[in-house]
Each structure stands twice: as structure tokens, then as C-alpha cells.
Design a protein around this ligand. Structure first.
Ligand code: WTA
Length: 643
């Protein structure tokens, strides 16, 4: 494992960067450790608007922390209102392109109006601070409008990725006891309609707490509307006031709950609050994305995942950026859609997943090469380890060897980037997230919490709480404590394996728990297994991640059936459909193997480690997240399992 190539920032990039050179980075980082209260307190005053100042910067009662307690603020006010007294009022806040090709350019002033109107709609339905609203939409501007309208009133939103099935939607609505659902008739994806409202109707059969469903007309394909419960967005907005003051809310007011997969069959509702979360989101825009006022900034994630929350909506808007949103598939109608968008809107920053990059490599260089990508200045990567070959391609073919690549390691639970380079400061090594961000104190330890030597693999932990850390798991603080803080007492357990090289650079190797990473999306083996065993033909099932050239990992299932004489091909096809129905199309297994028995320990635990080895050793082609790493992960996962 020699880390050969190092890419130092160009003099030209450094000249204009927010943080210049390693001295710049080191000074910031050191101060954040030596004087955390002054460091974050000063930033909070400079970067955010407060109705009332806090009484303490942070209060740490392990494992629970409060940031800016006593402070009063509002996320929507920070993303909108405060820009209206500056020249930014006329700046484009959102550049949007629909998959069929429509275009919208929404200024800060206009976005403010849209948000106030929709906030008044929510008020009109009797919704208030502390209530929960589910947002289940495609990538249209009304999705951030709905989020910000909730934030304006202190309503806790939970965005459910549009690829989740009715079944997955239902369990999340029930966990939150949500009062309302905001959705659309449908969304466009690869030329086809995703029927969102139909899924909502199915989910709501067992969700008695939901009183109102607000439906945006997007595809106009015709949906059923239940009188009394369902309302068209545009009907409710008729004659509505455009004045809606932002509520003065506690810094610790929950802003949103976002579900993510954990190590059990039940998804976790990760709770983020307001002041600390927003502060880290906005500072990261400068530190990591080196944002300039004139940038067209594009994070190509889906808003249904945390990357979209922090780096399409809250971070960029709080920073007064122009954030771009594209509704549809990257390869529709042709594999050059992204490059076309970059050329058309003169995009300066592109933030994407390694899975997307690897898919573009497979399509061929002629697609990006056919477009003028000279507006690009900075590239980013997120969601999974990026293999050096994909990094080099991204750097050469997309960035024309001119654009630094910020490889950002973080998690739904961390709220914003944790280990990531400041592009005008930190020399890059392909495949490494490089160095920790201010206030972040990572370490690599063994299972007893003892730090391991340089270049040794171990568990990635974080030693101190940071402003944007998830405060709890919705309705289950005990699970929060057990999951993240009890394993090695007093430190945050990330669930990832990593090593740190002699320069202090972090190399993330992958998950050590039963969480898979498919196309940068987290999936739980237990969640998939529970879905499979609910199928009437299945006696037992074990699920593991299998290395995959494009998506990083793919879902591989080992299944024992209740009867031996069924046609395996037919059952496999049925099981794939079943998983899509129970969770969503993106969780569809790539491989299903039928077996008479599953390997188990004496205490009856399925030995997933063995299964992982089976799917790993006979299925790897090309340069995937290196094989050595996988064997390490397997070994560490085994320790984790057996302890
Ligand atoms: C993985 C996404 C390597 C990691 C923001 C983490 C990464 C999980 C990187 C969180 C990266 C994310 N390099 N691995 N740059 N970024 N991961 O919650 O395993 O969807 O624990 O958050 O993705 O996934 P989540």
C-alpha cells in the first residue's frame, strides 16, 4: 500500500482560496482544538443570524451534547431572509432543470416568497412547531421549498427518498407519528414516471396519524385524491399571504429526522438540530467547497439522502450560493446529460459519488469530451471510498488536471464533512479523505480503544463532539447511546475501518458492521434479511455486500427455501421484486444463491464473514475498492461480531 502520487494545489488555486496553504489549515485546526468555545462562538456570530445569543457554546453530558444552548435562531431565516437585505436578494438561489428539459432560475427573493406561501399553507392545516411532516417528492424546487417552510415554523421534516417503496415509507411515517405528508403526483426518472402519490396512498392505509396530504402537480398523469385528506398544493396556495415571519426557535430545536440503515432490521431516525448543524454546514461551504459568490455549485446527490440536505439545501443556501438541482437520471436521454448541464450552466463545482463516476468511466470518454467543461474549478467525491483509478479518471477527463478533488468522508450522523481536504491548502492523495476538519478529532483504535500505530488498520472513532453531530435517534436515546458511544466508552464509533498513514492522512476502508454501501447508499443486511424472510417461500436468509465494479458493493443473498422442489430462477425473480416492494428498487439483490443451510456459529449466529469471503473471492474484476482492504474489513468485522 504505497501512496505514490501527491497532488499539491496549484499556485493559482491557492491565490484565491479561502484557506491558503498548510499553514492556513494548521492554524485553523489547532485553534479549533485549543480554544473550541472561542473558535465556534466567533464563527457562530459571524456566519449565522441569531434572534437571541446563546448562553453557552456547548454543554457536553456524554453522550448527549447541546450547542449554543439558550440561543434563538431559524434555519430558513438563515437561508433566506438575511440575504434579502444584501445584493444577494436578486441572485439565483436555485438553478433547476427537469428531466424533460424545463428550466427554472429562482432568485433568493422569489424563493423566500415561495417558502412563505407554503409555510402559510402548513399553518393553515393546523401544523405547528414540533409537529412532523413527511416529504416524499422527486428532485423539484418544491422539495427544498417544503423543507424550508417546515424549518420556518419549527416543524420537523423528514424527507424520504423517492426510491423507497410504500412499505418503507409506511414504517417511517409510523415511527414519527407524522401529522402530514407532502408529495407529488409523480417524478420523472429515465423518461418514466415514478408514481409517488400511489405509494403514499398505499402507505397511509396503516398510518392513522396523518391528517393531511399535500400533492404537487408535477407529471399531471392523474392520481386519486381522497376528499378531506388530500389537497392539491396549488389549491391550498390560492389567495394565500406571502408574509410569514420565521419563528424564533431554540438552537437545539430539531430541524429534521433522516432515516438511515443501522445494524438491525429497523431503520434509525437520525435527529439533527438547528444552530450547530447549520454552522458546520455553512462553514464547510467555504472550507471544503471554497465557495465564491459567483459560483454555480452543483451537488448531484439526491435530497433524500443527507448529502442533499446539507450540501444542496442548508449549506449552500445559508452561504448565499447558487445551488443547482437536476431532476432526473444521469444517462437520460444519453450518457452526456451531466456534461451537457455543466456546459449549459457553466457549473464551477461538481460534487458526486464514486458510483456515478465509475458508471461514466464505463460509458466512455467521448461523452464528457464532447462538451466544454472549462468552467469547472473544483470536484468533490462522497458516499464511499473512491478507488485511485476512478480518482485519476475524474481528475484527468473531467477536471482536465486543473481541478482539485475534495474526497469528503462523513455520515448521516455527523451532519457535515468530517475528514476532507481544504482544496487550497491540503495536498491530495487519490483515495484518501486526507485530514480532519476543524473541531474534528478522529483516531484509529483497536477494539479496546487503544490507538494503533501509523499504517495499521483499526476502527475509526471521533473523540470529541462537534456542532453538527446527530443528537439522538428519534424516540430511542438508548439505542443512540449503545450504537455510537458504548462500544468504546466515551468516544463516537463510526462503524468504519480506516488507517492513518505517516503523514496523518486517513484512508477509509469500509464498514465493519452489518451496513452495506451500495452506490453510496446505506443498506442494512438485517433490514434486507427481515424483508426476505417475510416472503412466504423463504425459510432463512443471509445478506452480505459483494464487491462491485460500479456500485462499490452489491447486494448478495443466501437463501434457504421452505421446499426443495421450487424453480430457483422463478423464486429468485420473485424475491427481487419482493425486495423492491418491501424497501425500494435500489435495494434489489444482484445475486441470490440458494443453499440447504447457512453457516452458523455454535450460538446460532450466521457467519456472514464466511459468506462475505465466498462472494468476494470469486467475483472481483478490475480495480474495485482494493481487495486487500476488503480482507481487512472482513477480519475487523469478525472481531466486531465475536466480541
Ligand atoms: C461511507 C454519506 C469513504 C462510510 C455522506 C460512511 C465514505 C458511510 C466516504 C456513511 C468517503 C461516506 N470515503 N467512505 N469519502 N463518504 N463514506 O450515512 O462508510 O449515507 O460510514 O452518509 O458512507 O453513509 P451515509
Amino acid at each position: 500500500m504505497t501512496d505514490t502520487s501527491v497532488y499539491a494545489p496549484s499556485a493559482e488555486f491557492v491565490k484565491h482560496a479561502h484557506v491558503k496553504g498548510m499553514e492556513g489549515y494548521r492554524a485553523l485546526y489547532q485553534r479549533s482544538l485549543d480554544h473550541p468555545e472561542e473558535f465556534w462562538g466567533e464563527l457562530a456570530e459571524k456566519e449565522l443570524f441569531w434572534f437571541e445569543k446563546w448562553s453557552s457554546v456547548f454543554e457536553w453530558h456524554p453522550p448527549f451534547v447541546k450547542w449554543f444552548a439558550g440561543g434563538k435562531t431559524n434555519a430558513a431565516y438563515n437561508c433566506l431572509d438575511r440575504h434579502l437585505t444584501t445584493p444577494r436578494k436578486n441572485k439565483v438561489a436555485i438553478v433547476w432543470e427537469g428531466e424533460p428539459g424545463e428550466q427554472r432560475l429562482i432568485s433568493y427573493q422569489e424563493l423566500h416568497r415561495l417558502v412563505c406561501r407554503f409555510a402559510n399553507v402548513l399553518k393553515g392545516r393546523g401544523l405547528k412547531t414540533g409537529d412532523r411532516v413527511i416529504i416524499y417528492m422527486g428532485m423539484v424546487p418544491e422539495l427544498p421549498v417544503a423543507m424550508l417552510a417546515c424549518a420556518r415554523l419549527g416543524i420537523i421534516h423528514s424527507v424520504i427518498f423517492g426510491g423507497f417503496s410504500a412499505e418503507a415509507l409506511k414504517t417511517r411515517i409510523q415511527d414519527l407519528n407524522a401529522q402530514a405528508v407532502v408529495t407529488a403526483d409523480g417524478a420523472w426518472r429515465r423518461g418514466k414516471e415514478v408514481r409517488l402519490k400511489d405509494a403514499v396512498d398505499e402507505a397511509l392505509e396503516e398510518c392513522p396519524t396523518v391528517r393531511d396530504v399535500i400533492v404537487l402537480r408535477r407529471t399531471a398523469s392523474g392520481v386519486s385524491m381522497q376528499p378531506g385528506r388530500d389537497h392539491w398544493w396549488h389549491d391550498l396556495e390560492e389567495g394565500i399571504s406571502e408574509q410569514c415571519p420565521a419563528e424564533s426557535l431554540s438552537s437545539e430545536q430539531p430541524l429534521y429526522v433522516l432515516y438511515t440503515s443501522g445494524t438491525t432490521g429497523r431503520p434509525k431516525g437520525i435527529v439533527h438540530t438547528t444552530g450547530g448543524y447549520l454552522l458546520q454546514a455553512v462553514t464547510g461551504m467555504k472550507w471544503v467547497f471554497d465557495l465564491r459568490d459567483e459560483d454555480i455549485y452543483w451537488c448531484a446527490a439526491d435530497i433524500g439522502w443527507v448529502t442533499g440536505h446539507t450540501y444542496i439545501v442548508y449549506g449552500p443556501l445559508a452561504a448565499g450560493a447558487t445551488t443547482m438541482i437536476y431532476e432526473g437520471a444521469p444517462d437520460f436521454p444519453q450518457p452526456d446529460r451531466w456534461w451537457r448541464l455543466i456546459e449549459k450552466y457553466r457549473v464551477n463545482t461538481l460534487y458526486a459519488s464514486p458510483t456515478a463516476i465509475r458508471a461514466f468511466i464505463r460509458h466512455g470518454d467521448q461523452w464528457p469530451n464532447g462538451h466544454d467543461l472549462s468552467s469547472l474549478r473544483l470536484l468533490g467525491s462522497v458516499g464511499e471510498p473512491i478507488n485511485p483509478a476512478a480518482w485519476e479518471w475524474y481528475h484527468r477527463v473531467i477536471g482536465k488536471e486543473r481541478c482539485p478533488i475534495v474526497d469528503t468522508w462523513w455520515q448521516t450522523e455527523t451532519g457535515s464533512t468530517m475528514i476532507a481536504p481544504m482544496p487550497g491548502a491540503v495536498p491530495l492523495k487519490p483515495g484518501s479523505g486526507t485530514l480532519p476538519m476543524p473541531g474534528v478529532v478522529p483516531d484509529i483504535v483497536d477494539l479496546h480503544g487503544k490507538p494503533v500505530a501509523a499504517n495499521q488498520e483499526g476502527f475509526l472513532i471521533i473523540r470529541r463532539p462537534w456542532p453538527g453531530i446527530a443528537r439522538t435517534i428519534w424516540g430511542d436515546p438508548e439505542r443512540y447511546k449503545q450504537q455510537y458511544w458504548d462500544r468504546i466508552p466515551g468516544v463516537y464509533m463510526t462503524g468504519d475501518a480506516a488507517r492513518r498513514d505517516e503523514d496523518g492522512y486517513y484512508w477509509i476502508l469500509g464498514r465493519v458492521d452489518d451496513v452495506m454501501n451500495v452506490s453510496g447508499h446505506r443498506l442494512s443486511t438485517m433490514e434486507l434479511e427481515s424483508a426476505l424472510v417475510r416472503h412466504p417461500a423463504v425459510a432463512e436468509a443471509a445478506v452480505v455486500g459483494k464487491p462491485h465494479e460500479i456500485t462499490g458493493q452489491a447486494v448478495a443473498c443466501f437463501v434457504t427455501l421452505k421446499r426443495g422442489d421450487w424453480n430457483h430462477e422463478e423464486v429468485a425473480e420473485d424475491l427481487r421484486k419482493w425486495v423492491a416492494k418491501e424497501i425500494g428498487g435500489f435495494a434489489r439483490p444482484e445475486q441470490i444463491r440458494f443453499t440447504d443451510a447457512l453457516p452458523k456459529t455454535r450460538s446460532g449466529k450466521i457467519m456472514r464473514r464466511l459468506l462475505r469471503e465466498i462472494v468476494t473471492t470469486n467475483a472481483v474484476t478490475g480495480d474495485v475498492t482494493t481487495l486487500e482492504d476488503l480482507s481487512v474489513v472482513t477480519r475487523l468485522a469478525a472481531q466486531h461480531e465475536e466480541d
